[in-house]
Design a protein around this ligand. Structure first.
Ligand code: CTP
Length: 397
């Protein structure tokens, strides 16, 4: 196991030595990347001696055998842990700015990333920092939050970096996770469908696709081969994911049936239309008075998948406004699923369109797991931990 440890410039940089020792003791190789400002706080020689590897400091090192060594290295590592992560480094990560070795490394990494922020309380609480953190969490970055206590500036408050042992533990968990789904094929559907009413109008729903995309990204980070079938959404394809775009529920059904072969798991996170309008070939004109639209029942894709099971895991989603658990549990049985992820869409702060979610997982053997409100990236990781049965190994960081 090889873990990259990024050290950015803050007084907590001296604790990086303890983190290297902790990882080394656990048997992990450690490749340190030191920013220029971190060099003011801890010497490369100390870190090099402890890690027994040349510390990387510059993007283009003329002495190195390969000038693009950071790209080479991103393929080899099992996790990137950044401790301390300064407000500036978090901002660069959030925006994808690559103007030094560590920030360039971050945008090239597919492995799980853990950040341990350390800064002054006011910097920590500033909306800019909090927004950057939220963006990173939504992308699946694990955050080891700073603690409350004495700060180097002589103040007390939140901002002190977490203890090295806690960071070591989080890094090891993330690294173990990175190959957990290696060799597995996972199919995920996401987003809404659009059903034509006439050549210019359609029926659709509010699904943003964020939950399905977060799941696809989380599966890819764990080493799976991921196929994402998406309805119309405005989201970028997660790194390492093969994506097919579809529009209607019929197209979604066909694509899913085609890509399902050889899949170990299918997650049906799309919000598929149940009813399809009888589309008019020409634009419907205003004719005075009410307009009635006739709707026919469309395919229930998940039910069809459940009736012809070939994957080890079939997971559905249930967005409900009433009787959440009863309705979800009915769907779990009716559609022959292993798990259903239930969420209450009557809450305005979570679920459809929101950045966050809060879900309850119901399993075919009567399991019930409540996952409290968190970013969709984190919720995706919790769902995977549970459905792949690794909850005890990869508990919350
Ligand atoms: N689903 C599907 N095809 C449909 C409708 C839903 O595959 N035509 C899937 C969804 O992707 C989700 C699960 O079935 O994983 C439950 O979707 P939901 O809309 O909550 O349930 P329905 O079966 O449509 O039941 P109802 O609308 O009565 O709540």
């Amino acid at each position: 196991m090889l873990i990259a440890l990024g050290v950015s410039g803050g007084i907590a940089a001296y604790k990086a030595c303890e983190i290297v020792r902790g990882l080394d003791k656990a048997g992990a190789g450690v490749q340190v990347l030191l920013t220029e400002s971190a060099e003011q706080f801890v010497t490369p020689l100390t870190l090099q001696t402890l890690s027994r590897r040349k510390v990387l400091q510059r993007t283009f090192d003329l002495d190195a055998e390969k000038t693009i060594q950071h790209i080479e290295l991103t393929r080899q590592i099992d996790a990137l842990v950044v401790a301390p992560a300064t407000a500036n480094m978090l901002a660069k990560f959030a925006r994808g700015i690559a103007d030094d070795l560590l920030s360039t490394f971050y945008v090239s990494v597919a492995a799980p990333v853990v950040v341990a922020p350390a800064m002054n309380t006011r910097m920590w609480l500033h909306p800019a920092t909090q927004q950057n953190l939220a963006a990173l969490q939504a992308r699946g970055v694990a955050v080891v939050p700073p603690e409350d206590g004495w700060l180097a500036e002589g103040e007390t408050g939140v901002g002190r970096m977490a203890e090295p042992e806690v960071i070591v533990e989080a890094a090891l968990r993330a690294a173990r996770r990175s190959s957990e789904l290696h060799g597995r094929k996972i199919v995920i559907s996401a987003g809404p469908t659009r059903e034509a009413v006439d050549p210019v109008r359609f029926l659709s729903n509010r699904s943003s696709g964020k939950m399905g995309f977060a799941l696809a990204a989380a599966c890819a980070r764990r080493g799976a081969q991921v196929v994402l079938v998406s309805g119309p959404v405005g989201l970028p394809t997660p790194y390492g994911v093969r994506r097919f775009d579809v529009e209607t529920s019929r197209e979604m059904r066909e694509r899913l049936l085609a890509v399902r072969e050889g899949a170990d798991a299918v997650f049906m996170a799309a919000a598929v239309s149940d009813y399809l309008p009888r589309a008019s070939a020409s634009k419907i004109k205003r004719s005075g008075g009410a307009l009635e639209l006739a709707l026919d029942e469309g395919p229930d894709i998940l039910r069809e998948l459940g009736e012809s099971r070939c994957e080890r895991l079939l997971v559905g989603f249930a967005a409900e406004t009433d009787d959440l658990l009863r309705n979800a549990s009915d769907k779990l049985k009716r559609k022959n699923l292993d798990w259903i992820v239930a969420n209450d869409v009557s809450r305005p702060d979570v679920g459809i369109e929101a950045e966050d979610n809060a879900v309850t997982l119901l399993g075919r053997n009567g399991e019930r797991i409540d996952v409290p409100k968190a970013s969709k990236g984190e919720i995706a990781d919790r769902i995977l931990d549970h459905v792949f049965g690794a909850a005890e190994v990869v508990a919350d960081v």
